[in-house]
Design a protein. Structure first.
Length: 289
């Protein structure tokens, strides 16, 4: 009987083997650790044996895993070569992708790492900015593709995922109870700002801006020090910060869509392939652990 092996299972196995860690593999592949473990468990079920020896510090390949790894690397290399051939041979040339600051760590960096390894001759450039700024730059021809955040009801790009916008504060903090509410957003043009301020206005809650236009790290710092609260998509919230509960006194916020935008002109082969990598990454992101 012939069994079809999912490329995603093989890539998870190869990355986990290279990094010797489920956690590091999940970060590289833009998946939850549970999803990576599940994929490797499925591969082990297909191969009929354990592929890793797991201990407290790292993963080690079993003899079966070592034999399989070489073949998997050959298959993954062939897979990437086939995709490159479909898109006109070896990919090269510049590709400029834009993304908001908050999506870089959890979503975009892992995609770019995998893409750069598969297509080393492509000259990647990453442009960060707010979603409205990136949309303008794409329309002006400064970008080859952009991943942006949009209100679900008015989203115009290709849907990648949707997530709820949540209030975020320091663990055990009290900033959310202060009056007026101290609010910290990354940039003044942040796509979250209209939804956040409209919700506060409906509640009759006053607020003051503590920090803006200084970058994501500085925003994280003000929240960690309990100087302010912020609002982010739930899946992007760092583990050391707290998603504030519904009974914290702050109004409910809407969900937003993460969308992919390409310019009206036909994309270059490299841009089309990067767009495919982005779609695949978000498809894996949506898979349950």
């Amino acid at each position: 009987m012939v069994r079809n092996l999912d490329i995603a299972l093989l890539r998870s196995f190869a990355v986990a083997a290279d990094l010797r860690s489920m956690t590091a593999a999940s970060q590289t592949l833009n998946l939850t650790q549970g999803a990576v473990s599940q994929q490797i468990a499925r591969l082990e079920a297909l191969t009929g044996g354990s592929l890793f020896i797991r201990d407290r510090r790292n993963l080690r390949l079993t003899p079966s895993g070592e034999r399989l790894l070489g073949k998997v690397r050959q298959l993954l290399s062939l897979n990437d070569e086939i995709w490159a051939g479909i898109n006109g041979g070896i990919l090269d040339g510049p590709v400029r992708i834009g993304a908001p600051y908050d999506l870089i760590g959890p979503c975009i960096s892992p995609v770019l790492k995998v893409f750069a390894e598969a297509f080393p001759q492509v000259e990647l450039s990453l442009v960060c900015g707010s979603s409205p700024e990136l949309a303008d730059r794409l329309a002006g021809g400064d970008l080859d593709l952009a991943v942006v955040e949009e209100p679900v009801a008015t989203a115009r790009g290709e849907h990648l995922m949707a997530d709820r916008l949540v209030w975020v504060g320091a663990r055990g903090g009290t900033a959310h109870a202060k009056q007026p509410l101290p609010l910290s957003l990354v940039v003044d043009s942040c796509i979250f700002k209209p939804a956040v301020t409209a919700a506060l206005q409906r509640q009759g809650r006053t607020w003051r801006t503590v920090f803006e236009n200084g970058g994501l790290d500085a925003t994280f710092a003000t929240v960690r020090m309990d100087l302010a609260v912020s609002a982010w998509l739930a899946f992007t919230v760092p583990a050391d910060l707290e998603i504030l509960p519904a009974d914290c006194g702050l109004p409910e916020l809407p969900s937003l869509a993460v969308t992919l935008h390409l310019p009206d002109r036909p994309p270059t082969p490299a841009a089309a392939e990067l767009a495919r990598h982005v779609r695949d990454a978000f498809t894996r992101q949506r898979q349950p652990a």
